[in-house]
Design a protein around this ligand. Structure first.
Ligand SMILES: [Zn+2]
Length: 457
């Protein structure tokens, strides 16, 4: 064997327990007892204080390169991922130039990524009006599935689909046996809401009401029901949509859904006015809603938790004016997703095997990555050593994200990623990170707001 990891606490499909994981040729070839006599070139023995997790799979990441590589890029994003225990990420098809809506654009993405990735990377393809002709070729070229919007994406080169176009797309994707990821906010409901402007978070929240998500989720479920195609609701924010999704699934509609660390750990009541680092779409809602999302994870209506890491140039956040109407919607959390989720999950009585399901095996299944997300024979030897009881305080300058603007600055979190292996090889992510002054200023501004990390319920 090339590598043998003996861990007193290993997360497998059977839960958490002692095991030895043998690796050959980058794959897990055997999962046996802790003391099983297995020879290997390198033997790693882990103590009681750490847990061996499957490398996480983050199926919702905006890498932005090519085109916006000052926002984020493959080198910085994948290093941040490795530092956060994520060994596979799937890149979203918008916010780069070109957007990934045809095979030439996918080739440009791949060329940009080549030679600079610390972890494995896959790609979603984009569907825009008039783009269905490209879908078979994109699928053939290797995209893992497709993504569309039902409301303004914020990018003029990635317009939303109409209901008719959504149906047409799903008919094509059913034939290709490919999943459609949908940003589910209804343009009609958003237009009917008061427009976002100014520094008050309450006004921003009112501009993107739960009704916008409810109407769009209902439309997606109708379209999935009518076509038999597979759909996935990305970044669900309102817990009020959960009964719709659960009911559709009971009647056989092929639907899955995800939520994100920010919806699970931040609460509208605690967002300071003018703090545009909290701006994202759909928005972070009230604490009572957050409880509903955790209940959705507990009962399985929500399948997975992914970062929706969505950076931008620091200026686009308008941190200086704090105008939510002007600020880029997106929160970066690639490196922090696991400790953010774990900090809340442990408080709510969940254990690491459940977190591994939400953040490794379920996203791998969504993306059709059959060798990822589990510690089991035949799977890639993607592993993460996690110290669940260790704590750290988020300091933006320690993040590998290219733009370390974060609403989590100053927060104390549980869970430190100590080591990460990708296909049997340890990833050296401990490269000194260059912090940007803009983020430090942000950290100072909100240090006082975040002094009570346990209070965000
Ligand atoms: Zn996104």
């Amino acid at each position: 064997m090339e590598l043998l990891v003996r861990a007193r606490r290993t997360v497998t499909d059977r839960g958490e327990g002692p095991a030895s994981v043998a690796v050959e040729g980058g794959r897990i070839v055997r999962v046996g007892g802790f003391d099983d006599p297995v020879g290997a070139d390198e033997v790693v023995e882990l103590g009681e204080e750490v847990v061996l997790l499957p490398g996480l799979v983050d199926s919702h990441v905006h890498v932005n390169e090519p085109g916006h590589d000052t926002w984020e890029g493959f080198a910085s994003a994948t290093r941040a991922a490795a530092a956060g225990g994520i060994t596979t990420l799937v890149d979203m098809p918008l916010d780069s130039v070109p957007v990934t809506v045809d095979p030439a654009a996918l080739a440009a993405k791949r060329a940009a990524a080549t030679g600079q990735c610390f972890v494995d990377v896959g790609f979603w393809g984009g569907v825009v009006p008039g783009g269905t002709a490209h879908l078979p070729a994109l699928r053939e070229a290797g995209v893992l599935g497709f993504k569309c919007f039902l409301s303004d994406s914020g990018s003029p080169d990635f317009p939303p689909l109409s209901r008719r176009q959504l149906l047409e797309t799903l008919r094509v994707l059913r034939e290709l046996d490919a999943v459609l990821l949908v940003h589910a906010e209804s343009e009609r409901e958003l237009s009917a809401a008061p427009p976002a402007r100014g520094r008050r978070y309450a006004d921003f929240l009112a501009s993107r009401p739960p009704q916008a998500e409810l109407a769009a989720v209902a439309a997606v479920l109708d379209a999935a029901r009518a076509t038999g195609a597979r759909v996935h609701i990305v970044h669900l924010s309102t817990a009020r949509a959960l009964p719709l999704i659960a009911a559709a699934r009971r009647e056989g509609v092929r639907v899955t859904a995800e939520t994100c660390p920010h919806y699970l750990t931040l609460a509208a009541e605690l967002v300071p006015d003018g703090a545009t680092e909290y701006a994202c779409c759909p928005p972070v809602r009230e604490a009572a809603n957050q409880d509903g999302l955790w209940a959705g994870l507990a009962d399985g209506t929500l399948d997975l938790v992914v970062s929706d890491h969505s950076p931008c140039a620091a200026g686009l956040k308008h941190l200086d004016t704090g105008d939510f109407g002007a600020a880029w919607g997106g929160i970066s959390s690639l490196q922090l997703a696991l400790p953010l989720v774990w900090t809340q999950a442990r408080r709510r009585g969940f254990r690491l095997p459940e977190v591994a399901t939400w953040m490794a095996s379920s996203p791998a299944r969504l993306a059709g990555l059959s060798a990822k997300g589990r510690i089991a024979p035949g799977y890639d030897a993607d592993l993460c050593v996690f110290a669940p009881d260790d704590t750290f305080t988020v300091r933006p300058e320690t993040l590998h994200h290219r733009q370390p603007v974060t609403p989590y600055a100053g927060r104390t979190l549980h869970g430190v990623v100590r080591r990460t292996w990708l296909r049997g090889r340890e990833v050296d992510f401990r490269y000194p990170a260059g912090g940007l002054l803009t983020a430090e200023a942000t950290a100072e501004r909100h240090e006082s707001d975040n002094q009570n990390p346990g209070g965000n319920r």
